[in-house]
Design a protein around this ligand. Structure first.
Ligand code: COA
Length: 321
């Protein structure tokens, strides 16, 4: 994983908009987040996370056969951030694919990597989730409900064939429901309509993130529960068969609601949203990195990943370490 060094506390945000440390902590659990400084895009953050992941896998960049890059905030409108990252890693020639599934993007990307590896088309697939939200956010009070929630960061893994039959991705389930696209979105710049972007559209708020917070919250809780149930049933497991539940970090209260409703002990569902905010596609791999690096997740552990995001999209994975 990698996050940029600049730390932004809730108190720092109080100076920019009408909000409070107390409100942000109570409603979301977030205490601080990291922002880029200067011209850094998600591919720059991803470069450091990718190098770390490749080294942790005992590989060198030349061993990587494919890059899959999940982001909702790409460096450019086009081409995708995967191509930028590929160039920065010096891996000209290998395929580079962007995945646009927002906070569920890492799980979609992981599933794509799994299939490429299982089909033996590629051996080592780099999967990255990276976001620079801070340059898109609006720091006026009108956008405080969204702005306080998000941070910048990146996380990466390498998906490879396992020599140990027991250590594998046991299952993945992906879902989406496009009926809810307008409840969480940034519409401009975009090709729908006559103007790709214009001052009028910017003034009208079309280039700012929009979120119907309560609506998103309710759907997130329902869908996360559903997809954990689905993952457990597919593996003939009960709640107690999974050692760790790593949920997307959008709001501490969302994850607490899911854990309480399902009887998942709080100690089995760690969170780091307090320190990073919502890093969208990067949140799950950052949490995965921290729980593995700290020794919490160890060999033999069964881990459930689950996420929900704009689209709406939601997904799960069960991994055996
Ligand atoms: C955004 C969210 C934290 C808001 O919490 P909430 O309890 O629903 O709060 P509401 O939106 O109802 O707002 C309550 C009040 O707080 C105010 N408020 C909103 N943001 C605020 C902020 N940053 N600081 C202070 N007050 C704020 C509102 O204006 C409202 O004031 P009012 O009652 O005078 O109108 C919550 O809805 C949420 O987390 N939703 C899901 C977000 C999410 O997961 N997004 C990403 C999905 S991947």
């Amino acid at each position: 994983m990698y996050v940029p060094p600049k730390l932004v506390t809730n108190k720092d945000l109080e100076k920019l908009m009408d909000t409070s440390d107390e409100w942000i902590r109570q409603r979301s659990g977030i205490e601080e987040r990291h922002y880029v400084e200067g011209p850094e895009g998600p591919s720059d953050l991803a470069l450091i996370a990718s190098r770390n992941a490749i080294a942790a896998a005992g590989l060198t960049p030349e061993n990587i056969d494919m890059i899959i890059f999940a982001t909702l905030a790409p460096d450019y409108y086009f081409p995708g951030s995967a191509c930028l990252l590929q160039n920065k890693l010096g891996l000209a020639g290998i395929p580079a694919l962007d995945v646009r599934c927002q906070c569920t993007g890492f799980l979609y990307a992981l599933n794509i990597a799994k299939l490429f590896v299982e089909s033996r088309q590629y051996q080592h697939v780099l999967v990255v989730g990276a976001e620079v939200h801070s340059t898109v956010l609006d720091f006026a009070t009108r956008s405080r409900d969204v702005t306080v929630l998000f941070g910048d960061g990146s996380g990466a893994v390498v998906v490879s064939p396992s020599p140990d039959e027991k250590r594998r991705i046991l299952s993945m389930h992906l879902h989406a429901d496009g009926a809810h696209t307008d409840r969480l979105c940034i519409k401009k710049p975009g090709t729908l309509g006559t103007d790709f972007i214009s001052e009028v559209l910017i003034d009208e708020g079309e280039a700012r993130p929009y979120m119907d917070g309560r609506y998103v919250f309710k759907h997130a809780v329902t869908r996360l529960k559903e997809c954990v149930d689905e993952a457990l049933a597919a593996n003939r497991m009960g709640i107690g068969d999974v050692d760790w539940y790593l949920f997307h970090q959008a709001n501490l209260r969302i994850n607490e609601s899911v854990a309480n409703a399902m009887g998942i002990p709080a100690a089995k569902a760690p969170s780091n949203i307090q320190r990073y905010g919502n890093c969208s596609a990067a949140s799950i791999p950052i949490l995965l990195h921290e729980t593995v690096a700290s020794g919490q997740i160890g060999p033999g552990d069964t881990v459930c990943l689950a996420g929900f995001g704009a689209g709406f999209t939601w997904a799960s994975a069960i991994l055996k370490f």
